[in-house]
Design a protein around this ligand. Structure first.
Ligand code: NAP
Ligand code: G4F
Length: 320
């Protein structure tokens, strides 16, 4: 019989790539979607007839228990969250309810409905915040710098706690930034690649950005969902850092993206204080040695290839 997986957050960037991966592996895929007055299925439109979409919300534990009881998945991937760091200062309580308490609701629903379910929690390098070591690995202490980061630390520790308290197969992937042509337009990579495409086509003349000095360890989302799946195939649950081991500044990101279409970034990027954050995460760079050694994971796509592919994809979308 085909294995059955439930993806919370299937309409998001990672959810769409993970659904593709699981379908390719022969899984039956159930995706939870929340009620909305408009359709939010753009990222999964191409596979919508191959997945089962069910209605539920991280804010509503009853909906989670009912979905687990009805569909009986053997694996649950919690990718759902309020995931935009900047928005977490404007909506700290919603971020906490979703990104922190939402994890407890899912874990508790699993404990109630079927404690044999294997669980993946989407933890984040944002938990390292004001970094206490370079590079960051599974033993680096957390020092979150945003309400989002604080909520993710809670989600991480409640996952560890349910694993230790109830012997759940619950793993936490501490993933560094990962991007793709499906990335939300508000995140800096996609904002830049979309802006570059617009400028190239004469539809805009500038991109307004905040802190160009921030450094991130950027990888490709398609590579990172493979690590999530590998974690749930292990005999024992554990925590893993997933990263490229390289870091680049927002300035370098601009350089690579503008170069891809033969433009000079300095002529088009404008610094706008509106995009500065109350507290910044200056430098992230992860050490993926454990994921490489234990899971046999490796990334395929490097930084310039990733950014150039996003620019090309945005050009295509806009030309259509
Ligand atoms: P994303 O594109 O923002 O997707 C978030 C998903 O969560 C969407 O499907 C969204 O549904 C859903 N969601 C939000 N609130 C919900 C609620 N109350 N109930 C049910 N679903 C809800 O995020 P992503 O980039 O794919 O990231 C996936 C996960 O990994 C997130 O937890 C994120 O925090 C974490 N993470 C991401 C990165 C990264 O670099 N991408 C790195 C580390 C960790 P709608 O479509 O209805 O909004
Ligand atoms: O693309 P960002 O918004 O991503 P951020 O804050 O690193 O968070 C992403 O990665 C986390 C993993 O570390 C995830 F957990 C989280 O869910 C999300 O996917 O910003 C990256 C950097 C920041 O330092 C920001 O200050 O880019 C800087 N930046 C400079 N100008 C900007 C802008 N970011 C955005 N979004 N927009 C700007 O105009």
């Amino acid at each position: 019989m085909a294995k059955k997986a439930l993806i919370l957050g299937i309409t998001g960037q990672d959810g769409s790539y993970l659904a593709e991966l699981l379908l390719d592996q022969g899984y039956e895929v159930i995706g939870m979607v929340r009620r909305s007055s408009t359709v939010t299925f753009e990222r999964i439109a191409h596979i919508q007839d191959r997945v089962t979409l069910v209605s539920g919300d991280l804010l509503d534990e009853v909906s989670l228990i009912n979905i687990l009881r009805e569909h009986k998945p053997s694996e649950v991937y919690n990718l759902a969250a309020q995931s935009f760091v900047q928005a977490s200062w404007a909506q700290p309580v919603l971020t906490g309810e979703t990104t922190a308490m939402g994890v407890t609701r899912v874990l508790d629903a699993i404990r109630t409905a079927d404690p044999d379910i294997r669980f993946y929690q989407a933890s984040s390098s944002e938990m390292f915040g004001k970094v206490q070591a370079v590079p960051q690995d599974e033993d680096t202490p957390f020092y979150p710098r945003s309400p989002y980061g604080v909520a993710k630390v809670y989600g991480h520790w409640i996952t560890v706690n349910y694993r230790e308290s109830y012997d759940l197969h619950a793993s936490s992937g501490i993933l560094f930034n990962h991007e793709s042509p499906r990335r939300g337009l508000e995140f800096v990579t996609r904002k830049v690649t979309n802006g570059v495409a617009k400028i190239k086509l004469g539809l805009a003349s500038e991109i307004r950005l905040g802190n160009l000095d921030a450094q991130r360890d950027w990888g490709f989302a398609g590579d990172y969902v493979r690590a999530m799946w590998l974690m749930l195939q292990q005999d024992l649950p554990d925590d893993f850092v997933v990263a490229t081991g390289e870091t680049h500044s927002v300035r370098e990101l601009c350089e690579v993206a503008f170069n891809a279409v033969g433009l000079n970034w300095e002529e088009h990027v404008v610094i706008d204080p509106a995009f500065m954050r109350p507290a910044e995460v200056d430098l992230l760079v992860g050490d993926p040695s454990k994921a490489e050694r234990v899971l046999g994971w490796h990334r395929d796509v490097d930084f310039p290839t990733l950014i150039e592919s996003m620019v090309l994809a945005d050009l295509k979308i806009l030309q259509k």
